[in-house]
Design a binder for this molecule. Structure first.
Ligand code: AHR
Length: 521
């Protein structure tokens, strides 16, 4: 009997193929089984895998995070308090800014000094609106400090100079006497900020300058030379990577510039086929299956990028940084098409959970990932309408999964049934597990099948345990979502469907659900 574990091994050997999207036509195993070697495991799930991305796009920054100091919406130095509180709760570790495509048009000096003196610009990529530069470096650093996240700043390669990038680093991180450090002090920030993560351009194969991999590799080598470690600050340099399955880009960058980088990015978005409904909330099972199938393909894509990186960097010094990912649908009716404002349903929660399980399982190479985008854009955690705010189903997944941050990945073997739609099938269950510093074990599970519950036996080897608790995120309908009128349609609840039986944890996973279990001694 061929089971999904056997297929998984074959797929890994082939490098780059995943279980998703193939017509497997396999015999189904009789039982779903997850074997966890809980006393083993050496790799840490870097907390930055739970990172986020916020661009000057639509209502992410302006009328999202930033309302300005004079606004009646409660704020601290112009940044909305309710958003800060919500993000603190899920412990977002790192926030990427200012883009995206915006980054390669952004000139940081326009965003410092008294706000009334800051020049405006056109945000050409995102709706052609006027950007007033009221949210700049100081405001971003304040936002990160308020939410407790580390900043990840993306520099301008496409339309910026080496000098401009060099001076931005000096402005942010130098604590001696220098033109840029003095300017920072004049603008009210005496101490330099701690800045670890810096991206040298964004999508430089597209909106960031339409470069070839070969050309960008040289450009990267030049720009990164001037991204210096000043005053004891150490920068983790991230080179722009390819999109999805652009393995050539990874190969060229690793070959030509691998030793000059700490991380190499990739981007991967998931949206339904154009022949299907592209609405975030009005869809049927065809779109449910299509989106989950495509989301799952990132597994094979990461495997293949990893194998290329392994050739040049077998010790895994260079991190793979998935600094943009998430769902991308049509915008909500009557909203600016350039603002990428979309609702967020239970389907997005399943995409998030499935993807985070995949990232966890690749934590030997993936050192950061940033969901696009935190507020009001694409697969957002938070949606706002004037003074109202809702938490999306995706937000709740991050809340449930935060237990994996900086925990040890537990090696696993999953054997599961398929979820079949018409003549295609994908594994019905996705899982990952970790052991935290206190020895607690957390297992995150999703059942992608919208019709059938799945019983899964979790055989946990190597540890004694007595108790299992859990939380579940599900809803009546596949397209259930939270609204400004009713924000609690899709929220986590206590889960009663796990029990200890004959030394195993036996879980009844409801259809279309995400469950996170905590197992303690
Ligand atoms: O997240 C929206 C856009 O998607 C980003 O600006 C760009 O990098 C990507 O194409």
């Amino acid at each position: 009997m061929r089971k999904c574990t056997v297929l998984l091994t074959v797929c890994l050997l082939l490098g780059g193929f995943s279980l998703f999207g193939e017509n497997q036509q396999d015999d189904q195993p009789e039982t779903n089984l997850l074997v966890l070697n809980a006393d083993l495991g050496r790799e840490t799930i870097n907390k930055n895998i739970y990172g986020h991305f916020s661009e000057h796009l639509g209502r992410c920054i302006y009328r999202g995070f930033w309302v300005g100091e004079e606004n009646p919406i409660p704020n601290t130095r112009g940044i909305r308090n309710d958003i800060v509180e919500a993000l603190k709760k899920i412990q977002i570790p790192v926030l990427r800014w200012p883009g995206g495509c915006f980054a390669d048009e952004y000139h940081w000096k326009d965003g410092i000094g008294p706000r009334s003196n800051r020049p405006t610009m056109i945000n050409t990529h995102w709706g052609g609106v006027t950007e007033n530069n009221h949210f700049g470096t100081h405001e971003f650093m304040d936002l990160c400090a308020q939410i407790g996240a580390e900043p990840y700043v993306c520099g301008n390669v496409g339309s910026g100079t080496v000098q401009e990038m060099q001076e931005w680093i000096e402005y942010m991180t130098f604590d001696g006497i220098s033109p840029m450090a003095d300017l920072r002090r004049k603008n009210g920030q005496e101490q330099p900020w701690a800045l670890t993560y810096f991206g040298v351009g964004n999508e430089n194969w597209g909106c960031g300058g339409n470069m070839t991999a070969e050309f960008y590799a040289d450009v990267y080598r030049r720009y990164q030379t001037y991204v210096r470690n000043l005053s004891g600050n150490r920068i983790y340099k991230i080179a722009c990577g390819g999109y999805g399955d652009n393995y050539h880009w990874t190969d060229v960058l690793m070959r030509e510039a691998g030793r000059m980088m700490n991380g190499l990015s990739i981007h991967y978005y998931t949206g339904p086929d154009y022949s299907l409904s592209r609405s975030a909330t009005e869809f049927e099972e065809a779109e449910w299956f299509d989106v989950l199938n495509k989301a799952g393909r990132i597994d094979g894509i990461i495997t293949r990028h990893t194998s290329i990186m392994d050739r040049y960097d077998p010790r895994k010094r260079v991190g793979l940084i998935v600094d943009e990912w998430g769902t991308w649908y049509s915008v909500e009716p009557d909203t600016n098409p350039g603002f990428l404002y979309q609702q967020n349903s239970l389907r997005d929660a399943l995409v998030a959970a499935l993807t985070l399980n995949i990232f966890n399982s690749h934590c030997g190479r993936i050192k950061m990932a940033n969901l696009a985008q935190t507020v009001n854009v694409l697969q957002a955690l938070i949606l706002t309408e004037k003074d109202k705010m809702i938490l999306t189903p995706t937000y709740h997944v991050y809340d449930m999964f935060k237990v994996h941050q900086d925990a040890i990945l537990i090696p696993q073997q999953l054997t599961c049934k398929n979820y079949t739609y018409e003549d295609s099938d994908i594994p019905a269950i996705s899982a990952s597990a970790s052991r935290d510093k206190e020895g607690k074990i957390h297992i995150s599970l999703c059942n992608l099948d919208p019709h059938n519950s799945q019983e899964i036996i979790c055989e946990i080897r190597g540890v004694e345990f007595l108790k299992v608790n859990g939380r579940i995120l599900t809803a009546d309908k596949i397209n259930a979502f939270n609204t400004f009128e009713k924000g609690d349609v899709v929220i986590p609840e206590n889960f009663q469907g796990a029990k200890i039986d004959k030394g195993n944890v036996v879980v009844e996973l409801p259809a279309k659900s995400v469950v996170v279990l905590e197992i303690t001694g």
